[in-house]
Design a protein around this ligand. Structure first.
Ligand SMILES: [Zn+2]
Length: 150
């Protein structure tokens, strides 16, 4: 996830090296929440469930194996409209990009335990509550400033 221009000064000068250390040495190039591999195109169902090509298994959004789902090849073979069989699940492909996330949302707190290698999906989910809080704060601030000049 790109660093916002106004937050750039909060990051240490060696942020790139620190981020590489977290993403590739500690996390070994996999999302630390869902285990998706960096730089690879992964098949997924759009709800967090994705196909782990290395382990030949589906995983959920927390990286746990889902053993009961048919493989992508088996899903493609299912023809819609057959008696008792629904249409095939919608398979999508997304290229995974790992970024280092600040778990407490404080970009000046670069302790290793506050950093996590997250794919873009997990990063957005992790940041969603914080983004909502900031939008609410900014809306209140704009309203308060408006009240000063009303
Ligand atoms: Zn992830």
């Amino acid at each position: 996830m790109p660093i916002a221009h106004e937050h750039r000064w909060l990051y240490p000068i060696d942020w790139r090296e620190l981020s590489d250390l977290v993403r590739f040495r500690r996390a070994k190039g996999r999302c630390e929440h869902c285990h998706r591999p960096h730089g690879r195109d992964v098949l997924h169902l759009g709800d967090g469930v994705w196909w782990d090509e290395d382990a030949l298994t589906w995983r959920n959004g927390r990286g746990r194996r889902l053993r009961r789902l048919p493989s992508p090849d088996e899903l493609q073979l299912v023809q819609p409209g057959l008696a008792g069989i629904g249409p095939p699940a919608q398979l999508r492909v997304t290229r995974v990009v790992l970024a280092s996330a600040h778990l407490n949302h404080d970009p000046s707190d670069n302790r290793p335990r506050n950093l996590a290698a997250l794919c873009q999906r997990c990063h957005m989910i992790h940041d969603a509550a914080e983004h909502l809080r900031r939008r609410w704060f900014n809306a209140c601030r704009v309203r308060a400033i408006g009240d000063l000049f009303a």
